[in-house]
Design a protein around this ligand. Structure first.
Ligand SMILES: [Zn+2]
Length: 125
């Protein structure tokens, strides 16, 4: 849990993010829905330290070292609905539009970036 930082639901059942990130996500998802007819699809958001430890144990190549993931700060989402693949219209739309609302695709997760994760997006404010 994050000391002093509130977590807020942002849409999908059971998912939470830090409240400013949740608010920006909702605005982004509304814009996405105006373009694609459906809100953003999310598979993963805030992850507790225990959940990160578990994921790291099961999928070390895919998970950040526990304590270092932005998921643990409530500042990252893993998306689906087309965003999870490079080069799709949904992914290209996100690259073009998400940064205006504070959501970025970090360099390490891009094609050739070291650990390609087209689905992983982070809130930078
Ligand atoms: Zn992620």
């Amino acid at each position: 849990m994050i000391p002093g930082a509130a977590l807020c639901p942002f849409g999908p059942e059971g998912h939470v993010l830090r409240c400013d990130a949740a608010q920006a996500y909702r605005a982004l998802s509304e814009r996405f829905a105006r373009r694609f007819g459906e809100p953003l699809c999310v598979t993963d958001s805030y992850r507790t330290f225990d959940a990160q430890v578990d994921l790291y144990r099961r999928k070390p190549a895919l998970a950040a070292v526990p304590g270092t993931s932005n998921h643990g700060w409530g500042l990252a989402v893993d998306l689906c609905g087309g965003v999870e693949s490079f080069g799709t219209p949904a992914h290209r739309w996100m690259r073009a539009n998400a940064p205006a609302l504070g959501w970025v695709h970090p360099a390490w997760a891009r094609q050739g970036g070291g650990r390609e994760e087209p689905w992983h997006w982070e809130y930078t404010g």
